[in-house]
Design a protein around this ligand. Structure first.
Ligand SMILES: Cc1cc2nc3c(=O)[nH]c(=O)nc-3n(C[C@H](O)[C@H](O)[C@H](O)COP(=O)(O)OP(=O)(O)OC[C@H]3O[C@@H](n4cnc5c(N)ncnc54)[C@H](O)[C@@H]3O)c2cc1C
Length: 415
């Protein structure tokens, strides 16, 4: 029987970062994962470390935008009819959280995490020898109309208050940064402080290797085997049972599989998303990620090619993939950049684990001694993995946390 201080369940970017931060503080840690580190949701993202984030994604703000989604014409969103009754309460909560005053609250609540997102990756990458995967030239949001650019006013005003650097550009200014783009847009905003990753899988693997190098243990196992073996928690692994006084659940979109049987029902939904790599035509290239705001997709230069990532799909996590958004957005994408042949035969699909208030849950699980939660990072799990690792490790080791963790507590749903 192996025994450690803390078991971390799930080796995505969040769980791996939590494990490293605990191990660095002298805690004996076992990281339990059914696959390999970083092969879940953390594999397929756009690779942007978004320290610049101000407002979260919102419920469609105009009747026209909602109608386009409802009629399945919007490139940025899709849904399965059969899933609507299940997700309806979450969508109503999401709509309420999209009110202007709530967006400002969210921006303020999340600022401490975003403000440290880049620095925590840089620090961990310096230790892990993975700084070569980080690109320090920001990201670029493109606007095809004057109206959509005008819509950024509130966000940029608040960014100025928070001291977040951004540079509004006209078309020529943006083309000077990214000469391979076609001039089909009118405005851009360059968020200069963001960092991007050339291979998110390799980055998580590097953090996992660092964890091993400082003495962290890793096991193959099914997190759902977690049960009480008083006074400990026990999980069954391929190497036998493993006990610990504390357990951190970092299972991303799979967290409810473990938590529901334990009686912890937090209102998580998933926003599924897809990616596919394309070979650029000729000598076209990108030097940083691009968001085509009016068409709701990103193009990100990765080691594997240009990674095109899609917006949200509301569907059951395990339902068969329906990558219909590619059909809706490819004309716009090909009009913006010379995308050649796809690299893979089929798109990759992942599930962003999202709470309607666009905040993760970081802290103690309600009603279960020794159980901790670190999941629900939605659109920003790559960005916030290392800072989450720091915060929860500080909470668990009795150090004064670098920020007030109260906005991320599970109690906000159970009160
Ligand atoms: C298309 C797309 C684009 C995105 N772009 C960005 C971006 O640019 N920037 C950003 O910050 N974020 C982005 N995200 C979000 C980000 O990828 C996620 O928030 C993040 O990966 C979540 O990390 P995680 O560690 O919580 O979950 P995961 O990476 O899913 O890790 C959970 C782990 O738990 C393991 N697991 C599950 N069940 C079990 C079990 N029963 N037993 C053992 N192990 C189990 C899984 O195998 C997995 O490895 C994007 C997401 C998508 C889908």
């Amino acid at each position: 029987m192996a025994r450690v201080d803390t078991i971390v369940l799930g080796a995505g970017i969040v769980g791996t970062s939590v494990a490293v931060h605990l191990a660095k503080r002298g805690v004996s840690v076992a990281l339990v994962e059914r696959g390999g580190p970083g092969e879940g949701t953390s594999y397929g993202n756009t690779g942007i470390i978004e320290g610049n984030t101000v407002f979260p994604a919102t419920f469609p703000q105009s009747f026209g935008a909602l109608l386009r989604v409802a009629l399945k014409q919007a490139p940025e969103a899709n849904y399965h009819w059969s899933f609507l009754p299940t997700v309806a309460p979450w969508l109503l909560a999401f709509r309420a959280a999209s009110r202007p005053e709530r967006l400002v609250e969210t921006a303020q609540a999340m600022r401490p995490l975003f403000a440290r997102a880049v620095a925590e990756h840089e620090a961990l990458s310096a230790e892990a020898g993975s700084a070569n995967y980080l690109r320090h030239n920001g990201w670029l949001k493109l606007y095809r109309s004057d109206d959509s650019f005008a819509g950024t006013r509130r966000e940029r005003d608040l960014a100025a208050k928070f001291g977040i650097a951004n540079v509004p550009l006209d078309r020529d200014g943006a083309l000077a940064l990214e000469p391979s783009l076609k001039p089909v847009f009118r405005h851009a905003v360059h968020w200069t402080g963001a960092v991007s990753v050339t291979n998110p899988l390799a980055l998580t693997r590097a953090y996992a290797a660092r964890y091993t190098a400082i003495g962290g243990l890793s096991f193959k196992g099914d997190a759902r085997s977690l049960h009480r073996a008083d006074p400990y928690w026990r999980v069954e692994t391929a190497s036998g049972p493993l006990d610990a006084g504390d357990v951190v659940v970092a299972l991303g979109p799979w967290a409810p599989d473990l938590l529901k049987p334990l009686g912890i029902r937090l209102p998580l939904a998933v926003k599924r998303g897809y990616h596919r790599h394309y070979r650029p035509l000729g000598n076209a290239g990108l030097s940083r990620p691009i968001l085509d705001v009016d068409n709701g997709y990103c193009l990100a230069p990765m080691e594997q090619g240009i990674r095109l990532t899609t917006g949200a799909e509301f569907a059951a996590r395990d339902a068969a993939p329906t990558p219909v958004q590619f059909g809706r957005l490819m004309p716009a994408a090909r009009g913006l950049f010379d995308l050649g042949e796809p690299v893979e035969p089929q798109p990759w699909m992942g599930s962003r684990p999202c709470f309607a208030d666009s905040r993760p849950v970081i802290g103690r699980a309600p009603g279960q001694r020794g159980l901790w939660l670190a999941y629900g990072h939605g659109h920003w799990g790559l960005s916030l993995g290392p800072v989450t690792g720091r915060l929860i490790a500080e909470m668990m080791t009795g150090v004064t946390p670098f920020c007030d963790p109260q906005p991320y507590g599970a109690e906000r749903f159970t009160r």
